[in-house]
Write a protein that binds this ligand. Sequence first.
Ligand SMILES: C[S@@+](CC[C@H](N)C(=O)[O-])C[C@H]1O[C@@H](n2cnc3c(N)ncnc32)[C@H](O)[C@@H]1O
Length: 261
Amino acid sequence: MSSHLHILKNYLNHWFKAKGRHSIHSPFLFSLYENCISNIAKYPFENSIEQIRTNLLSNNNLIAVNDLGAGSKIDNSQKRKISQIAKYSLKSQKEAIFLACFSKHISAQNIIELGTSFGTTTLYIAKHNQKAQIHTIEGSPEIAKIASSNFQQLNFENIKLHIGNFDDILPKLLNEITADIIYIDGNHTKEATLRYFDMALEKINPKGFMVFDDIYWSKGMTKAWKSIIKHPRVSISIDFFHLGIISIDQDFTKQDFRLRM
Ligand SMILES: C[S@@+](CC[C@H](N)C(=O)[O-])C[C@H]1O[C@@H](n2cnc3c(N)ncnc32)[C@H](O)[C@@H]1O
């Protein structure tokens, strides 16, 4: 099955099985849904961040890309247009706002993002979680340079950008801080995703959450997600199709949810 068919099949499956607000009985999930999905308008698009996105989308300069991940389905050349990277790599406003809201909802103090790209999602999280420290990791130096200048432009003091491979930086960071959220949005292979999950499992705050982006991007990513949610230490899992969230908090009764965003 081609990867497009794989995504379509899983999308239709999700659409038919996913639930809306009225069928949620878990109090944690109900309040998350109310706060971060039904009332998402409380978190407006940020003009200053959206101006950065607009500028990136119209910038046709080429930059060198050092791809340390699973590659792109669109363009795997070593020099890519900034506009194309912005179009295909950056999370939408809605997803960025959801992640910012989710971080606030669980009062996250330390957040790790694997895969900064140009930093628009990082900026949304930082804007709505000004007391939290966000550590974001990017392996492609020219992409990281643009993210860094975006962070300087908006002058957030709660973002620390780490340039390098997730495999080198994540273990060091996990030894230095207790992360409340680890958001994995890069190197979308089954093996890498399971490796980051295993690393994080030992060190994350036991009340913390891991967010996996693009869980249906490929068969490998779907296998990784299915294996993660079956792990004996995972209590709840929430499948939003574009991303999946898991908790290892043993106070939650083990349950797998599929929700519409
Ligand atoms: C999908 S983009 C991140 C998008 C961003 N989180 C957002 O929400 O807009 C993934 C990024 O991860 C980076 N990346 C992939 N594999 C990596 C690795 N092994 N180490 C460091 N960076 C990596 C890529 O260079 C790319 O910029």
